[in-house]
Design a protein around this ligand. Structure first.
Ligand SMILES: NC(=O)c1ccc[n+]([C@@H]2O[C@H](COP(=O)([O-])OP(=O)(O)OC[C@H]3O[C@@H](n4cnc5c(N)ncnc54)[C@H](O)[C@@H]3O)[C@@H](O)[C@H]2O)c1
Length: 382
């Protein structure tokens, strides 16, 4: 039985080079080939890591050098590459978002199911130690019935960031803005904690940047349990403050910059509301200490888990099909914003494809000077 998985990295820009570095640190992984359509990038990365480079993913597949691939191209080209790799029997670890539209993500999931290859999505923030605790609290029922879920996500980016690639922040190259590229991780955590809404009323805006897609996305949410929610993400907002807050009948949980604060209500809000005789006051609210266990986190944990899944059947931390929900939410925000009314989930694939096609065809946006930089965020724990 093999003791390592031979990895090919497809798309060796900022994030892809991060994956090349990371693969070297994983005992169960070996980097054996890379692929990039940009010849200069392919040459440079190939020389740096001492592995063959291919200009097309089909050539990498044919080489027989890889058992698995990590696909870190811009998202709209990812689905076709993933499906080709899966059909050739290669296991696929997809960068986030899986695709720019849910119909394409559906195709990837169907191909993974049909071929039986391993399929995962790079949601490295699922490895944050506070998340496991937060899931235990919410799903264990400590908050009681959920009334409100709120997500605020400052994801600041400069104009230079957007000008670092021709594909960035365009309808053709990305198919969306902050909801599509910067927010999939926090949207994923928000859904893991609060569940999936059944109705979304979205509003999108371009505020500070010279781009074609939104730099501010917000949504009013309704949940199957009758609860409500609100989300706001923006590449205009600087500073810390990324947070998810969940308010339930018996408590309130705040997930802020990786830390947790938990409050318990005694009695529950419903009981107090019905039984209190006084005009003022509210249920007693006590902060409950939360202990978070230390754990390794970041991209490397996901890739190692993926390799160990292939080699030893270790359960996947980030199954590919779980990449659909955050994309569904992002697409729902745009579909609703374009119609000026709430949409129900799951959204119509046909309606979203038609919306995106119309946006792409109608586009007259001219990018300013593009100064290509293939450098990923140094804050990423590789
Ligand atoms: N998980 C994370 O934290 C994280 C962080 C950054 C980026 N990403 C994701 O990674 C993807 C790439 O982002 P980036 O910042 O590295 O972009 P980038 O522009 O730096 O790199 C993309 C690379 O893909 C190559 N490419 C384009 N089409 C290709 C094709 N058909 N075949 C092979 N190579 C192709 C480009 O030449 C480029 O080198 C995006 O989808 C982004 O959302 C994820």
């Amino acid at each position: 039985m093999a003791s390592v998985v031979r990895f090919g990295i497809i798309g060796t820009g900022g994030m892809g080079q991060g994956h090349c570095n990371m693969t070297a640190s994983i005992p169960e992984a070996q980097l054996t080939a890379i692929c990039d359509i940009d010849p200069a990038t392919a040459k440079c990365v190939s020389e740096k890591f001492g592995v063959p480079a291919f200009a097309k993913h089909t050539e990498l597949i044919k080489s027989g050098l890889c058992d698995a691939v990590i696909i870190a191209t811009p998202h709209p080209v990812r689905p076709a590459i993933a499906v080709d790799c899966m059909k050739a029997g290669l296991h696929v670890l997809s960068e986030k978002p899986l695709a720019e539209k849910v119909s394409a993500a559906d195709t990837m999931i169907a191909a993974a199911n049909a071929t039986g290859v391993a399929f995962a999505v790079m949601f490295q923030r699922r490895t944050e130690p506070a998340l496991a605790k937060a899931i235990e609290i919410v799903r264990g029922g400590q908050l009681g019935r959920l009334f409100r879920r709120t997500m605020i996500s400052p994801e600041y980016r400069s104009q230079a960031y957007y000008d670092s690639g021709t594909w960035r922040a365009t309808w053709s190259g990305e198919g969306g803005g902050v909801s599509m590229n910067q927010s999939p991780h926090i949207l994923d955590l928000f859904i893991l904690l609060g569940g999936m809404p059944c109705e979304v009323y979205g509003r999108m805006e371009i505020k500070l940047h010279r781009i074609e897609v939104e730099d501010l996305a917000e949504g009013m949410l309704t949940y199957p349990d009758g609860g409500h929610g609100y989300l706001y993400c923006s590449t205009n907002e600087a500073g810390p403050g990324q947070m998810i807050e969940i308010f339930g009948d018996q408590g309130k949980l705040l997930y802020r910059n990786g830390a947790l604060t938990l409050y318990r209500f005694e009695p529950s809000v419903t009981e107090y509301t019905r039984t209190a005789t006084g005009m003022w006051g509210g249920p007693q609210c006590t902060e409950v200490p939360v202990e978070i266990n230390e754990a390794a986190c970041g991209h490397g944990v996901i890739t190692r888990n993926f390799a160990r899944h292939i080699l030893h059947g270790e359960p996947l931390l980030t199954p590919g099909e779980e990449g659909l929900a955050s994309l569904e939410l992002a697409n729902a925000l745009w579909l609703s914003a374009s119609q000026g009314k709430p949409v129900t989930l799951p959204i119509s694939r046909r309606a979203y494809d038609a919306f995106l096609e119309k946006k792409r065809k109608a586009s007259t946006f001219q990018k300013g000077e593009v100064r290509v930089q293939r450098v990923t965020d140094p804050q990423h724990v590789i």
